[in-house]
Write a protein that binds this ligand. Structure first.
Ligand code: ADP
Ligand code: MG
Length: 613
């Protein structure tokens, strides 16, 4: 093991020499409590930056173990340290960075690692040069002075200005009473902020667990700020301009968390919930908040207490996408081409077929809640009105609209739906709950809506089963039950799709999959388009998806189904953490953990996906 003076003198002696000589500084160095790992040295000053890590052991760092032991707590603490670390680094200078600026979500990332042994920051450093010569003295300053200093500031807990405040009798209350409003704005790490961040995350997860037990698929706390600053911003709208959320009394639900926090808001029960209201009254904003409610949010976001079923998937039309072997027969049948829609493939899906594919793929990947907005749906996928049903005989219409499937999806598939539909009353008769928005204020109008279409809450499914019996594709009038072969009953993602062993190893692919921003992955010579995948948070999460595809390539052997492979990744991630997903030899400090849903979404959009059966 080398020491500070070794590395510093090596770097100084390299001053003015050609850049390639820097290679020799790879290795591990200690600076008091800090260990510096130089994992990869850039080949020249214009290449992508060098990769380094700084690490402090637990017995030196002396973090409160109660904040950094549990797995979920570590995720929140890492998230906090990354945000604080960004601020500390910008104080030091711009040469070194932690990749990526976390947004509004608290997510598992590889930028800061907390493990049993200690704390580690993964950094990129641009080692300085003049032309192609090494600037040795400056490099020495960065690597042997600034970075060790950074690690000490961030990881030596007792050096934090308010470290003592947590030692006081009741840390819970200290953190609770302390309102960390905007982590981005913090200048240095704060013990109270860290504790508040970890506690907020715990409370959100506890609320999420509670919702599952209480039969709720979503919760929006009273006072929540749902609208965002702008269409291209995920920050909250100015509180003075926004109308805070208030639950209608009928759906109001109060939860007392073990931290002592009590939350009241709107609980959305399992079932079919339809959101109606005039244009521009906030319908899509609610749905979008629920989409993001699958992730925990930072303090001050406004959506801290907007919590959704973690499997919830946003479903939209996406014409032009490729589809490989999906069973969309629950929605599409009797295509004029004679195509079998129980294993439907196309390189260019229509609006309705793409939405059907998105839906069955989401269910296949484990979604138990679907979020659908009329703004981004194919009308003919969603509804067909009476006159059209009269004009076009069922045999000539390939589409069984979603309105006819939303209840079987629930009663047979256990999948709930939250739907925004301001333009049609068609969903009234299949809705358990109808929520109307008036100037962003929700009220329950279920009874009135049911009256209008002549149904009552009790006969929803009876009514629907009748409607079901008249469907064009219900060839199985022999009374066979749901999902049983030959019954002609709708399959919702039940089909077992098995990719070929080479499915993700096309001959054209010489480089690993790479994220190109949030919405695209380069995979071999092709690109996977993720623009329609609404619940991808940032480029770093897309990078996580790209790594997952590489990992899937190893799993697929012509026998393992897509669902089994996704479960295998999930199990590995739970056991090994996010580092386990990467084959990188140097540090993988650029990944955010994606959900299974988004990994599946990318795989399903890969145009060269081939199935063994
Ligand atoms: P809809 O889907 O009903 O047509 P949107 O959800 O798109 O309406 O919202 C319309 C506009 O109102 C958007 O610009 C949105 O930011 C804003 N908005 C939504 N909810 C609120 C709110 N609670 N307070 C203030 N503005 C809001
Ligand atoms: Mg809308």
């Amino acid at each position: 093991m080398s020491s500070r003076t070794d590395l510093a003198s090596t770097l100084r002696s390299l001053d003015g020499r050609s850049y390639g000589n820097l290679k020799q500084i790879r290795g591990r160095y200690t600076f008091g409590p800090v260990t510096l790992f130089i994992d990869r040295v850039q080949a020249d000053p214009f290449a992508s930056p060098s990769k380094v890590r700084v690490r402090v052991d637990r017995d030196e760092a002396k973090f409160p173990p109660e904040l950094t032991t549990d797995r979920a707590d570590r995720i929140a603490a890492s998230d906090y340290l990354q945000r604080a670390g960004n601020a500390v680094l910008s104080g030091i200078g711009q040469r070194a960075t932690i990749l990526g600026r976390p947004g509004q979500e608290i997510l598992e990332r590889t930028n800061i690692l907390i493990d049993d042994a200690g704390f580690e920051a993964r950094l990129l450093v641009n080692l300085p040069a003049r032309g192609r010569s090494i600037l040795g003295h400056q490099a020495a300053d960065i690597l042997t002075r600034d970075l060790p200093e950074f690690a000490q500031t961030l990881f030596l807990f007792h050096s934090w200005s308010d470290a003592d405040s947590l030692a006081s009798a009741d840390a819970h209350h200290a953190a609770d009473a302390h309102h960390a409003t905007d982590v981005h704005a913090q200048s240095g790490p704060s013990a109270l902020d860290l504790a508040a961040h970890v506690q907020l995350h715990r409370d959100q997860l506890e609320l999420r667990d509670h919702l599952g037990e209480a039969g709720l698929i979503g919760f929006i706390g009273n006072g929540a700020i749902l609208p965002r600053q702008a269409g291209d911003s995920d920050r909250p709208m100015d509180a003075a301009a926004a109308v805070g959320f208030t639950s209608p009394p009928e759906l109001e639900h109060t939860v007392n968390l073990s931290s002592g926090r009590s939350l009241t808001g709107m609980g959305i029960p399992r079932g079919v919930t339809v959101i109606v209201g005039g244009g521009y009254h906030g319908k899509s904003t609610i749905l979008r908040a629920l989409e993001r409610g699958v992730y925990p949010h930072i303090a001050g976001d406004g959506r801290e207490w907007v919590i959704s079923d973690p499997s919830a998937a946003s479903i939209r039309a996406e014409d032009g996408r490729a589809v490989t072997g999906d069973d969309i027969s629950a929605f599409i049948n009797n295509l004029p081409s004679g195509t079998d829609t129980r294993a439907f493939s196309t390189t260019n899906a229509s609006g309705s077929t793409s939405q059907a594919a998105n839906l069955v793929e989401a269910v296949e990947a484990g979604a138990r809640t679907l979020l659908i907005d009329e703004d981004t749906s194919a009308t003919n996928f969603m509804i067909r009105d009476e006159r059209m049903r009269a004009l076009i005989p069922a045999e000539q219409e390939p589409i069984t609209p979603f309105v006819d499937r939303v209840r079987p999806l629930l009663t047979r598939g256990g999948v709930s739906t939250v739907l925004v539909a301001g333009g049609s009353s068609a969903f009234f008769e299949v809705a358990d709950h109808v929520i109307a928005l008036d100037a962003y204020v929700p009220s329950v109008v279920t009874e009135r809506a049911h009256e209008l279409v002549g149904v009552s809450g009790e006969n929803l499914d009876a009514h629907q089963d009748h409607a079901d019996g008249t469907d064009s594709d219900d060839t199985g009038s022999d009374g066979t039950g749901p999902g049983e072969p030959g019954g002609g009953s709708p399959a919702f993602g039940a089909v077992r799709r098995v990719p070929t062993a080479k499915a993700l190893r096309p001959a054209s692919k010489t480089k690993s999959a790479r994220a190109k921003g949030t919405d695209r992955i380069q995979f071999g010579r092709s690109f996977i388009d993720l623009v329609a995948v609404a619940q991808l948070v940032d480029a770093q999460q897309t990078a996580g998806v790209a790594e997952a595809l590489e990992y899937l390539a190893e799993i697929f052997d012509g026998r393992t189904s897509l669902t089994e492979a996704l479960a295998e990744i999930d199990g590995m991630l739970e056991a090994q953490g996010l580092d386990g997903i990467t084959g990188h030899r140097d540090h993988p400090g650029h990944l955010t953990r994606p959900r299974t849903q988004e990994i599946a979404a990318a795989l399903n959009r890969y145009r060269e996906l081939r199935l063994a059966h």
